[in-house]
Design a protein around this ligand. Structure first.
Ligand code: AMP
Ligand code: ZN
Ligand code: FE
Ligand code: FE
Length: 284
């Protein structure tokens, strides 16, 4: 029997991925994936295009988004799943993040200009027709590569855009707690994303005391030891065990779609939750 593979973490051109929602779903279908959740940074814009395409491909889809939050000055990513797609709370979060991201991007662009690297809105667009709701550092990094200010995206982050580098800007942030409250009010489930990327053990300790419903145990770059560690955390707390690739297309070439996935029981639970909670979305 072919293993049921639900990739619950991937990005599209609606945030900083390079595949459009349609391209991503067709790619998932071609790869034989069993189900998917699109988890763009701070936006659910992909679902407008994604829902009819997922239905036509007969590919089960679960609502998702990856919210940027902060705890004691440290960036924390919170995945939300199975929420009502027309939830006003989720929409308000996305609108606020979009404004925050545009302001922050402009501020980083001003800093780059002070370092002799001028970028216009056209440079940021790349191959897009309009700027995405969720403008991020990878868009700036790609524009810097195109203008030959740096050789590649990694160099852009290492020298200028990475946390603590000269042109980095954190921007205003939302707390983990207010994000968790919003997700729950929207009928969703909140999952701590890629916990192994959080360097501070004290921050992780704080997060594990919070009101999460799950933790991303299976993640692109997890090794066996990491999986066991976070699986134990999930078991102790009776949290959902999720998983996904964090696919971004060509901006993160080493992460391919479907390289990590969630256990079938998690998919089954979240999919049923998504459909049965009167989310106004037809069964797909
Ligand atoms: P932002 O949401 O604007 O803070 O940008 C976060 C995105 O930048 C995520 O997709 C990260 O994976 C990506 N990113 C962060 N650090 C690096 C890096 N060193 N090289 C490439 N991408 C990175
Ligand atoms: Zn990203
Ligand atoms: Fe993330
Ligand atoms: Fe991600």
């Amino acid at each position: 029997m072919v293993e049921f593979r639900a990739d619950l973490h991937c990005h599209t051109t609606c945030s900083d991925g390079t595949f459009s929602p349609g391209q991503l779903l067709r790619h998932a279908s071609d790869l034989g994936l069993s189900a998917i959740s699109i988890t763009d940074h701070d936006t659910i814009a992909a679902y407008h295009e994604a829902i009819p395409i997922a239905m036509s491909l007969n590919l089960p889809l679960i609502s998702g988004v990856e919210f940027s939050t902060e705890h004691k000055g440290v960036s924390v990513h919170v995945l939300a799943y199975a929420f009502h797609l027309s939830s006003p709370i989720i929409h308000e979060f996305c609108i606020n993040h979009s404004k925050r991201r545009k302001k922050r991007a402009m501020s980083m662009i001003r800093r780059l200009e002070q370092h002799g690297m001028r970028l216009t809105e056209e440079d940021l667009l790349g191959s897009l027709n309009s700027l995405p709701d969720s403008l991020g550092r990878p868009h700036i990094a790609q524009a810097m590569v195109k203008k030959r200010y740096v050789r590649n995206i990694q160099e852009a982050f290492a020298k200028y855009l990475g946390e603590g580098q000269c042109c980095f800007e954190a921007g205003e942030a939302l707390s983990v707690e207010e994000t968790l409250n919003g997700i729950h009010a929207a009928g969703g489930k909140a999952v701590l994303a890629h916990p192994h990327l959080i360097d501070s053990a004290a921050i992780v300790d704080d997060l594990l005391e919070m009101n999460f419903d799950g933790i991303e145990v299976y993640y692109a770059r997890f090794n066996r030891k990491e999986i066991d560690k976070w699986m134990n955390v999930a078991k102790q707390r009776n949290w959902l065990v999720t998983g996904g690739s964090d696919f971004h297309g060509s901006v993160k070439e080493n992460l391919f779609l479907g390289c990590s996935w969630a256990p079938f029981e998690t998919y089954e639970y979240l999919h049923a939750h998504f459909l049965n909670n009167e989310f106004g979305v037809q069964a797909i």
